[in-house]
Design a protein around this ligand. Sequence first.
Ligand SMILES: *Cc1c(COP(=O)(O)O)cnc(C)c1O
Length: 412
Amino acid sequence: MSVTPVLEADALRRQDPELADILLGELDRQSTTLQLVAAENFTSPAVLAALGSPLANKYAEGYPGARYHGGCEIVDVAERLAVERAKALFGAEHANVQSHSGSSAVLAAYAALLRPGDTVLAMGLHFGGHLTHGSPANFSGRWFDFVGYGVEAESGLIDREQVRTLARTRRPKAIVCGSISYPRHLDYAFFREVADEVGAFLIADAAHPIGLVAGGAAPSPVPYADIVCATTHKVLRGPRGGMLLCGSELAERVDRAVFPFTQGGAQMHSIAAKAVAFGEAATPAFAGYAHQVVANARVLAEGLAREGLVVITGGTDTHLLVVDPAPFGLDGRAARGRLAAAGIVLDCCALPHGDARGLRLGTAALTTQGMGEAEMTHLAGLLARVLRDGGDGRRTREEVRDLAGRFPPYPH
Ligand SMILES: *Cc1c(COP(=O)(O)O)cnc(C)c1O
């Protein structure tokens, strides 16, 4: 199979060399720099093939067997397959695989359970809550009354007493657990208990850890949450997109919240690619991958701590970690810029306390490339060298290029 069906298409190169160059330029960037953006990964050639397939041409509003368009008999099979694979993978009674993104999945979860003006308790944005957890710039903050919980100053761990107290005093209609930067496992049983005590729904936004859940490397929210929303493109390594999981009693509400409430036609090429990714995620090889992602993140965290960076919560249980580069006299923004110049690509993120920004690193993409603990230790040293003294720009960039070159994401 061709590595990237789109890139290999002679037709594209002949018809639109300008755009073909852009695609090849991005492939080159991804192959010669190190991707530590915690939300990113490298999909398989099979997932890319499904995305670049003629299913992209098909209009399919509605659900399998009940479409508003003709000619859906084949894409119906693809969607049923994706749904069955998702249900089996996560042990869920119901799955909806149509959400165009993680944010649309969250929107659909709110639409299924809430009315405008309802109170929702979620992790505060400053502590790692997502845009869809009440940002004033997002529909969530505009249409709902969000109350934010945070983390303890000392440990960086979720402040359970605060969660409990805010739930009791504010009586939210729903509690959201899930974050863009929390490096530890969530205690879903705890959130369920608090939600039950105050009669709230529990929504788990598992956009980040869902791939670890699939591989058995993180606890599953499915037995605890009323609705689990997730992305399919982070650790899970599928196409960009979203999904929802729930019990049978909420199945119809969730489906109607996705279509017709928040979306029109389903993207059948993406749904087919999700089916491919769920199939891959059900293999022993993916379980090995998920555990290696976590082992790599732990070694990277230990290495960075040894180099003198402050590791928030003292380490990680997952694919991501958050560090404070302050001991190097840098804030996250300056550190990110320096690292980018050396070919180490990552994000800034809020730190739990104070206004300075930190760095968020993830190991999902590097692990897909085949890197292991030895490479993580090497990388921790490289990273610290760049932060310490700018890292002798050219030499570090060459070392990064060498390391990346030994683990090509799409070997020819
Ligand atoms: C990534 C993420 C999302 C949104 O996913 P998009 O596909 O970017 O819309 C939602 N919630 C959390 C917690 C996330 O990490």
